[in-house]
Design a protein around this ligand. Structure first.
Ligand code: IFM
Length: 445
C-alpha cells in the first residue's frame, strides 16, 4: 500500500472548448478553434466543439459526478471569447457562467482550479494575427486582470497558460492546431509572446494583491531519450529536450533561452529580434507552483538533414490509443530532474491520463482496466517521488469526461466518465470507481 499525504490534492481536469459546447450562447463569439475545426480536413471526421459534452448546460450534473467520485479539486479553463467576445468589450453574462460553476463547486467542497488560457483564443484576436501580434499580450492582460478582479480570490489556484508548446509550436509551426500555420519563425514568436504574457499576468496578479490564491503555469513536458548511446543520438535527444522542455522551463526558471537551441533555430528562423532585453526578467517572475502535464516520453535518433538533427523512433513499451508509449518511469525521471535542475517550489501533475478504445459491455459498464493500470503506475512513481522528499502536491487526472480531443475530434476517449455524444448520457467507467477508492483511502494498493 502506498499512502499519499493527507493534504494531497486528487483532482480531475478539463478545458472549456473540449467540453462546454454552447458556442453561440450568452454573448460568446467564435474562438480560433471554432473557425479551425470547421475547415475541411482539420479535425477527424470534421468534428467541432459546437456541442461537445454540453457541459455549459449540464455543469451541475457534472459537478454531481465529481462529488460522487470524491475529487478534492477540479481544474477547468475559462473561455476567453465568453469573457471578451470583442476587443475591449467585457461580457458579464459569460462571466456569470463561471461564477455559477465555482459556486456549485464550492458548495460541494471541491476546490476550483482555473486555467486562464487553454487555446480558445477569440477569433477577433486571431483576425489581428493572434499570438504573433505583441498586442495580444495586452489583450490577454486585460482579460486576466478582469478575471482576477471578478473571481481572483475565490480561486485558490490560477494557471496562466496550458501547454504553451502546443499553443505556439504545434499551432504556428507544425500546423496541427489552430490557427494551423507551418512556420517556425512564427512558432517561436508566438511562444515568446505567450511566455511574456505569462510573466506579465503573474506581475499583475501580485500587484492586484489577490488574496488566498496562488499562480503558476502548466507545461507539457516530455522527457527525451537517445535511441542508442552514440554521441550523435545523445545530441539529438538534447535538441528534442530543448525543443519541448528547456525552451519553456529555462526562461521561466533561469531567465534565459537555452543557447544551444538559439544557435540551432537561428539557422531556420534568422535573428531573434522579437526578444527585448527586459523580457526574460519578466518571464522569470517567481511563481507559486509548477503544473506538469505528462503523458509519455520520446526516443530520438540522429538525422542530419532535420531541424532538430533527429527523428523520433518507436519505443518498445505498450501504447495508448494515441499511439503514445506508456512510460511511468519517465515521469519519475522528469520529477527528479525538475527538482535537481529547476525548482523546489510545489509541483502539481496538472494532467495525466490515457485514451483507450472504451467499449460499453452488456451490463452497461466500461471495464477500462488498461486506463486503471496507466493511472496506477503513474501514481506509484509520484508516490515514490514524494516519499523521497519530492515536493509534489497534487494530481489532476485527464480527463473527467470523454471530450473533443482537438484534431482527433471525438475519436479518442480520455475520460474516466464515458460520454454518449448522441444522448449526452454519462456513465462512470471502472476507472472512475477505482479512482474514487484511491481518493477515499488516499492510497494505492
Ligand atoms: O486533450 C489534451 C489537453 O487539452 C491538453 N493536454 C493533452 C490532452 C490530451 O491530448
Amino acid at each position: 500500500m502506498a499512502n499519499f499525504p493527507k493534504d494531497f490534492l486528487f483532482g480531475t481536469a478539463t478545458s472549456s472548448y473540449q467540453i462546454e459546447g454552447a458556442v453561440n450562447e450568452d454573448g460568446r463569439t467564435p474562438s480560433i478553434w471554432d473557425t479551425f475545426s470547421k475547415i475541411n480536413g482539420m479535425t477527424y471526421n470534421g468534428d467541432t466543439g459546437d456541442i461537445a459534452c454540453d457541459h455549459y448546460h449540464r455543469y451541475k450534473e457534472d459537478i454531481g459526478i465529481l462529488k460522487e467520485i470524491g475529487v478534492k479539486a477540479y481544474r477547468f479553463s475559462i473561455a476567453w471569447p465568453r469573457i471578451f467576445p470583442d476587443r475591449g468589450k467585457f461580457n458579464p453574462k459569460g462571466m456569470d457562467f463561471y461564477k455559477k460553476l465555482i459556486e456549485e463547486l464550492l458548495k460541494n467542497d471541491i476546490t476550483p482550479v482555473a486555467t486562464i488560457y487553454h487555446w480558445d483564443l477569440p477569433q477577433w484576436a486571431g483576425d489581428m494575427d493572434g499570438w504573433l501580434n505583441s498586442e495580444c499580450i495586452n489583450w490577454y492582460l486585460e482579460y486576466s486582470s478582469k478575471l482576477f478582479e471578478e473571481i481572483g480570490d475565490i480561486i485558490p489556484m490560477w494557471i496562466t497558460h496550458n501547454e504553451p508548446w502546443c499553443a505556439s509550436i504545434l499551432s504556428y509551426g507544425i500546423g496541427e492546431h489552430a490557427p494551423g500555420h507551418k512556420d517556425y519563425r512564427e512558432a517561436l514568436i508566438a511562444a515568446h509572446h505567450i511566455l511574456l504574457s505569462h510573466g506579465k499576468a503573474v506581475k499583475v496578479f501580485r500587484d492586484m494583491n489577490v488574496k488566498n490564491s496562488q499562480i503558476g503555469i502548466a507545461l507539457n513536458l516530455t522527457p527525451a531519450y537517445p535511441a542508442t548511446e552514440t554521441k550523435e543520438d545523445n545530441l539529438a535527444a538534447k535538441y528534442a529536450d530543448g525543443f519541448t522542455n528547456r525552451w519553456f522551463l529555462d526562461p521561466i526558471f533561469k531567465g534565459n533561452y537555452p543557447i544551444d537551441m538559439i544557435e540551432l533555430f537561428k539557422k531556420e528562423i534568422g535573428e531573434f529580434d522579437f526578444i527585448n532585453e527586459k523580457d526574460l526578467s519578466i518571464i522569470s517572475q517567481p511563481i507559486d507552483f509548477l503544473g506538469i502535464n505528462f503523458y509519455s516520453r520520446s526516443i530520438v535518433k540522429y538525422k542530419e538533414d532535420t531541424l532538430l538533427k533527429g527523428v523520433g523512433v518507436e519505443g518498445t513499451g505498450k501504447k495508448t490509443d494515441m499511439g503514445w508509449e506508456i512510460s511511468p518511469e519517465s515521469l519519475y525521471d522528469l520529477l527528479n530532474r525538475l527538482k535537481k535542475e529547476y525548482t523546489r517550489i510545489p509541483l502539481y501533475i496538472t494532467e495525466n491520463g490515457a485514451a483507450f478504445k472504451d467499449i460499453i459491455t452488456e451490463d452497461r459498464r466500461i471495464h477500462d482496466q488498461e486506463r486503471i493500470e496507466y493511472i496506477k503506475e503513474h501514481l506509484k512513481v509520484s508516490n515514490k517521488f514524494i516519499k523521497e522528499g519530492g515536493n509534489l502536491k497534487g494530481y489532476f487526472l485527464w480527463s473527467l469526461l470523454d471530450n473533443f480531443e482537438w484534431a482527433y475530434g471525438y475519436s479518442k476517449r480520455f475520460g474516466i466518465v464515458y460520454v454518449d455524444f448522441e444522448t449526452q448520457k454519462r456513465i462512470l467507467k471502472d476507472s472512475a470507481i477505482w479512482y474514487k477508492e484511491v481518493i477515499n483511502k488516499a492510497a494505492i494498493d
